[in-house]
Design a binder for this molecule. Structure first.
Ligand code: ADP
Ligand code: MG
Length: 607
């Protein structure tokens, strides 16, 4: 393939624009060129966050003398064989990156084609010198010094060295995610800051860029619709961040920041994440080149789809499907935190034991006579009345007391969430599983169940309602009342029937049956008003409905503070196992945490 000058029409089609806005943008262009040149190894050297020096060295195809000269000219490219801007097979195609960089900086390129001679060339502020023979291994090295020295106005917009460096590193990470088959290194001011060897699969590369935690807390995404495929890894909702910065989206191997895509991610997680929390994920969309226009943005960071609805549907359903499949799982990092908390717990203050010591734990366990033939599955743990004696031990404060329930049939333990053993602090259920234990937040868990039941009812025949014998009158301000009455029909369809009642008041006529007798109606209505005001009519109707359902679910769920019997607790666990997304509450907090026996044994130094 030879570099050629593009015809005028095509040149004009390619929108002019600023390609290079900061060192990270220059780096992106240079690395993309190396990738396009078929490199398997790309080494990057930076000084001062890239402000004074960026060097990108590759072992790709290299250039001959003529190509080297042309590479610095605007709109000269080897990557558009035809005249079709909708058939783009390379990362580059505009032929303006090197020219733009050379226009504002000092550029020095050394290159050698496989089996050819090495050449080097310099260009400064747009003036290029003649190439001279050089010595260089096969491949290309582009050195960019003093970016923007020729445009002092632009120079002023550069951020601190650290900020520019972080942007470069982020950019390189994005590029490296697309190509696990290429080795990358990044050296900053003489210090190696990234070293990514060639690896056989995406997962390994992602884990080295996003951390092992991500690997442990992500689900694989694999979906396809018509000729569009979606793949990648998506973090569990409980593994969330306060910024959307850790969302990496790629179209045909091109790192993009696209509103459509980020919107899809938000929609897919809307149900399981609090506003303001963001999932971590890396998603790769692949589709035929002619289905997507990448010539939208000079830095090629945005794209347009020929059929955005298709892509949108694929991403949302692909993500939701995977999250539902794993909905039962909550982040292992939570268990890790638990471990850390357990291990760093400060020792209890020591109080001397009374003169006649209670029997040691071991003796106690073995001397216990089985009561009612119920062999407790917790090995070595005693039956209830003995346990009560244990509670009398002054070492155990009353607030830490657990209500130990009798063992239930052993097969219950085989369920993923096991058999409920105790409820503590009127909110946490302790259950024994086959190979460990789980602690369940009963309020969070039940909230999720009610919410999912609401959604199922909405899908089927609508929410079951129950009329109030006497309407509940709620005083609001006039604008609050009108905010509510604006969505009267929506509320009505969700089983919450309201009527205006004089100025500033409303009368609640009926409630969803799931809330009847449970919810504090006044409080619910006030919180709904706040939600509605906060959402400020933004967002789709569906989002609004889900927000209302979520709020109602919170009011319809067992409060923390309610004592549950063992049957009730087990019923809750079984429902959780049967409910999609029950691993987290509506706000993305986990509903349960698990500790394996192995972890417990570790805590006790038995392993
Ligand atoms: P584009 O990548 O859009 O074609 P550039 O200005 O980035 O435009 O590069 C111009 C041309 O220079 C490329 O089409 C390619 O032929 C050549 N080139 C640039 N960098 C390299 C490189 N690292 N290895 C081989 N050829 C390169
Ligand atoms: Mg390029």
């Amino acid at each position: 393939m030879r570099i050629r000058y593009l015809p005028e029409t095509l040149v004009n089609q390619i929108a002019a624009g600023e390609v290079i806005e900061r060192p990270a943008a220059a780096l992106k262009e240079l690395v993309e060129n190396a990738i396009d040149a078929g490199a398997t190894r790309i080494d990057i050297d930076l000084r001062d966050g890239g402000k004074s020096l960026i060097v990108v060295r590759d072992n790709g195809s290299g250039m001959n003398r003529e190509e080297l000269i042309a590479s610095l000219d605007r709109h000269a490219t080897s990557k558009l064989p035809g005249e079709d801007l909708l058939n783009i097979q390379h990362l580059g195609f505009r032929g303006e990156a090197l020219a733009s960089i050379a226009a504002v900086a000092r550029v020095h390129i050394k290159t050698r084609e496989q089996g050819g001679d090495a050449w080097e060339i310099t260009a400064e502020a747009g003036r290029k010198a003649d190439p001279i023979p050089s010595s260089h291994p096969a491949g290309t090295q582009v050195e960019v010094r003093d970016l923007f020295f020729a445009t002092p106005a632009r120079l002023k917009f550069m951020k601190s060295e650290r900020a520019e460096y972080m942007a470069v590193k982020d950019m390189l990470s994005r590029l490296a995610m697309t190509r696990p088959d290429i080795a990358f290194t990044l050296t900053h001011d003489g210090q190696k800051s990234l070293n990514l060897p060639t690896v056989g699969n995406m997962q390994t590369r992602l884990a080295s860029l996003l951390g092992k935690d991500f690997g442990d807390n992500a689900v694989a995404i694999e979906a396809m619709r018509e000729n569009v495929t979606l793949s990648g890894y998506a973090g569990l909702p409980t593994y969330n961040r306060g910024t959307a910065q850790y969302q990496f989206l790629f179209i045909n191997g091109r790192a993009v920041r696209d509103k459509l895509l980020t919107g899809c991610v938000r929609a897919a997680y809307a149900d399981v994440l609090h506003r303001g929390r963001h999932p971590v994920l890396a998603l790769f969309v692949n589709l035929p080149a002619e289905e997507v226009d990448v010539n939208v943005h000079p830095a090629k960071a945005e794209v347009r789809f020929r059929d955005p609805a298709l892509v949108r549907g694929l991403i949302i359903s692909g993500l939701q499907h995977a999250l539902h499949r794993e909905g039962f799982r909550s982040a292992t990092s939570v268990a890790d935190d638990t471990m850390r908390r357990f291990t760093t717990a400060t020792p209890l203050p020591f109080t001397p034991r009374p003169a006649s010591p209670a029997p040691s734990y071991r003796q106690y366990a073995f001397s216990a006579a089985p009561s009612q033939g119920s062999a407790l599955a917790v090995s070595g743990l005693a039956e209830p009345d003995r346990v009560a004696a244990l509670h009398a031990d002054p070492f155990i404060t009353p607030s830490a007391r657990a209500d130990i329930h009798e063992s239930t049939a052993p097969e219950i333990q085989a369920h993923p969430l096991g058999a409920a053993r105790a409820q503590i602090h009127e909110n946490y259920i302790i259950a024994q599983t086959e190979n460990g234990m789980v602690i369940i937040d009963q309020h969070a868990a039940h909230e999720r169940l009610v919410y999912e039941r609401f959604k199922a009812q909405v899908k089927e025949n609508g929410i079951e309602r129950q009329g109030l014998l006497t309407p509940e009158i709620i005083d609001l301000t006039e604008s609050e009342a009108s905010t509510l009455l604006d969505v009267k029909d929506t509320l009505d369809s969700l089983g919450l029937e309201i009527e205006p009642f004089g100025s500033g008041s409303i009368a609640v006529q009926s409630l969803p049956a799931l809330l009847a007798g449970r919810a504090d109606i006044t409080k619910l209505i006030r919180e709904l008003v706040d939600d509605l005001l906060e959402h400020d009519n933004k967002g789709a109707l569906e989002e609004k409905i889900n927000a209302i359902l979520s709020r109602m679910a919170c009011h319809g769920s067992v409060r923390s503070g309610r004592r549950l019997g063992v049957e009730e607790m087990n019923a809750l666990l079984r429902q959780m196992e049967a409910t999609p997304l029950s691993g987290q509450c509506n706000h993305g907090r986990p509903t349960y945490i698990a500790l394996s026996l192995e972890e417990i044994e570790k805590l006790f130094g038995r392993r």
